[in-house]
Design a protein around this ligand. Structure first.
Ligand code: ADP
Ligand code: MG
Length: 256
């Protein structure tokens, strides 16, 4: 949606781990309400790109803008890091991540898991957060699981709890890193349904996924990464329906 403002804009991003150049000049732009999916082989740099976007990783070169506000850096081209801790906190809390392995706190109930960051990181009033948390757990279909611990839930329920936790931060965008990869196929679908609901509500999302049907069904724009560069990108019907590059064609036939 070109007529809405950019929530996340990344220009010419370069990221290395030592000698290993993982991102070699990548551009991503998600306007408000956009769902952008990242696909590509294992090791192509998808997770690294998400982690750079919400400043969990430093990078060497390029611009990252949150709602038009550029991340400020200090250091040099070989080793730069964000200069402003408050800006990092603002951006990170506004780009809520959902991980492949759920990452729920095992010693906290599901409700406590969802409430923890809004209360401790954002300093929001506990009673207000509790009401919101119960609402989000309801929304993802596990409103009856508030008082149980993560180990008592199926993988699909745990991932839905992790999505409720991300939502309870009331972020500008959600970042998903292979949210269904750790799940059995039948549990995968309950998480896919939640992601589709969020897409239809017009939430801004960046989704790394191996699930081409999900990428096709929910995305406004799909980006195919190959060895740290965008090999091809476009609307899902075009990208999946008439892929141009040999590599994308190979990748798509290997994933079916
Ligand atoms: P993808 O998510 O597309 O599978 P990643 O972004 O996880 O790819 O990884 C891209 C490359 O970066 C891989 O070669 C991986 O081994 C390497 N890599 C990722 N994280 C680290 C790290 N913390 N230290 C060193 N190398 C890393
Ligand atoms: Mg990954």
């Amino acid at each position: 949606m070109q007529d809405t403002p950019s929530v996340i804009e990344i220009n010419n991003l370069h990221k290395s781990y030592g000698e290993l150049e993982v991102l070699k000049g990548v551009d991503i732009n998600a306007h408000r309400g956009d769902v952008v999916s990242l696909i590509g082989s294992s090791g192509s740099g998808k997770s690294t790109l998400l982690r750079c976007a919400n400043l969990l990783e430093d990078s060497q070169q390029g611009d990252i803008l949150f709602k038009g506000e550029p991340v400020l850096w200090k250091g040099n081209a070989h080793h730069r890091r964000p200069a402003d801790a408050k800006q990092v906190l603002r951006i990170r809390t506004n780009l809520s991540m959902v991980f492949q392995q759920f990452n729920l706190w095992s010693h906290m109930s599901i409700l406590q898991n969802v409430m923890e960051a809004p209360v401790t990181v954002l300093g929001r009033p506990r009673d207000e957060v509790e009401e919101a948390a119960r609402g989000y757990l309801q929304k993802v279909g596990i409103g009856d699981k508030c008082d149980v611990y993560p180990a008592q839930l199926s993988g699909g329920q745990q991932q839905r709890a992790a999505i409720a936790r991300a939502l309870c931060m009331e972020p500008e965008a959600l970042l998903f890193d292979e949210p269904t990869s750790a799940l059995d196929p039948e549990l995968e679908q309950e998480v896919v349904r939640v992601i589709k609901d969020l897409a239809s509500e017009g939430r801004t999302m960046l989704i790394v996924t191996h699930d081409m049907k999900l990428a096709h069904d929910v995305s406004d724009h799909v980006v195919f990464l190959h060895q740290g560069l965008i090999e091809e990108q476009g609307p899902p019907d075009t990208l999946f329906g008439s892929p141009k590059s040999e590599r994308l064609r190979g990748f798509l036939s290997a994933t079916h």
